[in-house]
Design a protein around this ligand. Sequence first.
Ligand code: GLN
Length: 545
Amino acid sequence: MTTDASDPIPPHKTFDTILVLDFGSQYSHLITRRLRELNVYSEMLPCTQKIADLGWTPKGVILSGGPYSVYWDDAPHVDPAVFELNVPILGICYGLQEIAWTFDNKNVLAGEKREYGHAYLKVERHGDGETGGHVDRLFADWEDNTEVWMSHGDKLGHLPTDFITVATTSNAPFAGIAHTSKKYYGIQFHPEVTHTPKGKVLLKNFAVDICEAQTNWTMSKFVDQEIERIRKLVGPKGQVIGAVSGGVDSTVAAKLMKEAIGDRFHAVLVDNGVLRLNEAKTVKETLTAGLGINLTVIDASERFLSRLAGVKDDPEKKRKIIGNTFIEIFQEEAKKIAAAAQQSSNAGEIEWLLQGTLYPDVIESISFKGPSATIKTHHNVGGLPKDMNLKLIEPLRELFKDEVRELGMNLGIPEDLVWRHPFPGPGIAIRILGEVTPEQVRIAREADHIFIEEIKAAGLYRNISQAFAALLPVKAVGVMGDKRVHDQVIALRAVETTDFMTADWYPFDGAFLKKVSRRIVNEVNGVCRVVYDITSKPPGTIEME
Ligand code: GLN
């Protein structure tokens, strides 16, 4: 993991940053998202963060919501030093209660009525008067009776000392409060969710107007800074190796490395024999001819397929075989590349491993899970062995997925690739139910290709989050050319989702499905039926195995 010590210029040192302290609300990360959408850089840390250990000064702090009650014995509390930073602070829900708790001698109690859902907010303006007007600034540009979204059971007993009310709802007399002399604010509702339509205005008022954070967080600026950062980190001779898959994250990370250190970045694509139709070839073309990345493609199809032979009803076993074989091959290749790189010119050793870790992975690993839960340390999804002795370089670790896409566009990566659906590491091996044989791979690949081709032709690719064809290893009877056939079944799966945690099947129209079905049965030898999977997640998963 890259740390501040080895990291010369982390974004919070170059961009004005709003720090979100997370009390464990399921929406905390959305606060960070919304701020970045406003081009204000924001980072999230657990509420237990010691301010003295921070090493940088935020332009403002937001205390998030959380599932606890501040009056519980083991409730999490913010480091009081946050109030000595001398920067504006906004408490949201639990955060508001935390401010009241800190400032007014434990003044929070359980409400008689839980409030969950919409409420209508009335803004109370105070004019310049004795407070100088800062109290009105949080709700600037808000009209009365604007919809807000509530999710709480606790409430303030009374207004904390030195605070005044700046907004109310029929059930919440302290829906918005502000300190009369300091720039401390609290709101009972959630501005970060889309159910609060004007929430973004409020966050902008706080971040841009009250905290005076610059709105310079743009991907073009990030590219320049990140390239500088990588160069400093790796040094003038440093070499980096990384696996690419043809997916958006690894391609964007690879292109960024290429821009920063040229051919001292070595990309490796392992063809495991279960990639999509023509995938290895297409990825090679795009990455080398198109993007100029120094890429080695290793065709290891046979090694993978021979190890998969005979594995019939244990999907986990398939995943393990593919994962372990991948690591084995990657290590072998890394040694070869390292030896070759050292021979040529006066290049240094390969010391670094590139990983396409994204901010949600980082958030997941540091997010505050409650008073009793320990905070997980970050471990990487790629699972490459420690004994490779490589330091990790993770240029996307501050970015959300849509920022990675924007960055990809900025780096000139073709739009097609930038908007690619996710593809699992074990590839179509887990879309072939039952044994994976070269013949089954052929069938699944061809069917998948037709399905995706038709989705693209119908202009639906971007409306769908993930789509593929799976091969069901059962036989059904059909009649083709007046002849009775006994062939396998293809199941089509297409889902819509925003976070991949829950998903629903895509409602294609009948004519579309008819066309895809006709093409698959006609063009793919070995298939005589096509079905459409109408299972949502949960209870289904997106992939079949
Ligand atoms: N647990 C607190 C309450 O019920 C805070 C809830 C929240 O932050 N959404 O009021």
